[in-house]
Design a protein around this ligand. Structure first.
Ligand SMILES: Nc1ncnc2c1ncn2[C@@H]1O[C@H](COP(=O)(O)OP(=O)(O)OP(=O)(O)O)[C@@H](O)[C@H]1O
Ligand SMILES: [Mg+2]
Length: 413
């Protein structure tokens, strides 16, 4: 089985650098490794200090291959008929061909095509490990969890079948209806999307979130973490990059930044434990080339195996039930093995976030959207899992988000 590791995170945090470093380290350990980038603004080759092909894996060092997925190439290869049809439909409305081609390339499709390429490579049996460096967006993460969204799931499939039947009949009368190649390709795409959805949830795949010790990346990463966990994707590590070293010679200007970062590092620990957290120091120069990347990889992972599944439990999940005639009721479950059962848990709701503190431990999690308009009820702590009850209320649905604060005591389980 091929191990697949996907690095994701906000722009400029170091996804490409950490991806290339991980892959270099894996190759040095003797594993057949492919590092692949899905960012249309490729910089993988720049980080590795080499050139990389856009259609077939390019050898970089023994055991390491690189590929920068070219979505235009993948489009033509997989979806030429589909793109042609969409482009000609736009062209009929007076939009010129090049603009039409751009419009046919729907947002998110780049990522889907790259993931399909990852799936093909993983199934080829050629690799022990594949590392995917992604584009800097929060939204493509949603696509990872919902590939069926783009094509409308079951309803989309039914519509597609009906439309295909109608088009077959109507084509004799009307010229600009899609031809059979379009339907074959969209049909194949639907099938591939389904395979992709299953592939993404398999046990060999995990995501690692890359962030810097700063406010905005922390907030975004919290949301991605909750979201991915709720949708059953495995987040097996959190990578904190560009940490300022604690050195006496940095001077007062940097002392301020070092102190600020130390605060965020503590918040990061509290936000993502028990998921393993790895730290990478801001290097003295830009880490370009295999040698620098290997060094950064070793410093980051220490004795841990960068190819291992570093954590395989779900730290957050949502349980739902509906009693007869009752409104929706949910239980948000969090694995928090470090809590002291006797201590009081204090919960503070802050719009879309929930902070909890127990003794000296402070933790903030981003709530799933479905709970935004629910009221927090009782909570209990059982077998290392904190369970929070949420209940939907009709009135609150209409109200804007307000700050509210609930303080409750934990009952010893
Ligand atoms: N630990 C580090 N020390 C010093 N420089 C670093 C470190 N990590 C990354 N960099 C540099 O920071 C810049 C951004 O890093 P990188 O390209 O890996 O980020 P990215 O998340 O892939 O960015 P994008 O979102 O644009 O794809 C690069 O110039 C890289 O060399
Ligand atoms: Mg990048």
């Amino acid at each position: 089985m091929t191990r697949v590791i996907i690095y994701s995170g906000k722009g400029g945090t170091g996804k490409t650098t950490i991806s290339a470093a991980t892959a270099t380290l894996l190759a040095r350990m003797g594993r057949r490794t492919l590092v692949l980038s899905s960012d249309p603004a490729h910089s993988l080759a720049d980080a590795l200090g080499t050139t990389i092909s856009r259609d077939r894996p390019t050898p970089i060092i023994p055991g390491l291959y690189g590929l920068e997925v070219d979505t235009i190439y993948e489009w033509r290869h997989n979806l030429g008929g589909f793109q042609q049809f969409v482009a000609s439909t736009y062209a009929n409305r007076g939009i010129d061909r090049s603009t039409a081609a751009e419009l046919a390339n729907q947002p998110g499709l780049d990522e889907i095509l790259a993931l399909q390429r990852v799936m093909q490579e993983a199934q080829s049996g050629r690799w022990d490990a594949i590392v995917l460096d992604t584009a800097p967006t929060g939204n493509t993460l949603r696509l990872l969890a919902y590939p069926e969204m783009i094509i409308g799931g079951d309803a989309g499939k039914k519509f597609f079948r009906v439309y295909r039947g109608l088009a077959n009949v109507a084509r004799t009368f009307k010229r600009d209806l899609p031809d059979d190649r379009f339907f074959q390709e969209v049909g194949a795409l639907l099938e591939k999307m389904e395979q992709l959805a299953n592939f993404l949830l398999s046990q060999e795949i995990s995501l690692r979130l890359v962030l810097n010790p700063e406010r905005l990346p922390l907030l975004e990463t919290r949301r991605a973490y909750t979201f991915l966990n709720l949708y059953g994707m495995l987040v097996d590590a959190v990578m904190v990059n560009k940490i300022l070293p604690r050195r006496a010679d940095l001077g007062p200007y940097f002392d301020y930044w070092v102190r600020l970062q130390q605060g965020y590092l503590r918040e990061i620990d509290a936000s993502f434990a028990p998921t393993p957290i790895f730290r990478t120091v801001l290097q003295e120069g830009e880490p370009i080339g295999v040698k620098a990347l290997e060094a950064i990889g070793r410093a980051t992972f220490g004795t841990a195996d960068p190819g291992a599944l570093l954590y395989d439990e779900r730290p957050i999940w949502l349980e739902q039930w509906n009693e007869e005639g009752e409104r929706g009721q949910y239980e948000l479950c969090m694995r928090l093995p470090f809590l002291d059962e006797e201590e009081a848990v204090e919960l503070t709701r802050n719009g879309p976030d929930l902070s909890l503190s127990v003794g000296r431990i402070q933790r903030t999690i981003a709530l799933p959207r479905i709970l935004y308009n629910c009221t927090l009820g009782e909570h209990r702590y059982e077998d290392g899992v904190l369970r929070l009850e949420f209940r939907e209320t009709a009135e609150e649905r209409l109200q804007p988000l307000v700050e509210e604060s609930d303080e409750v005591r934990v009952e010893a389980a």
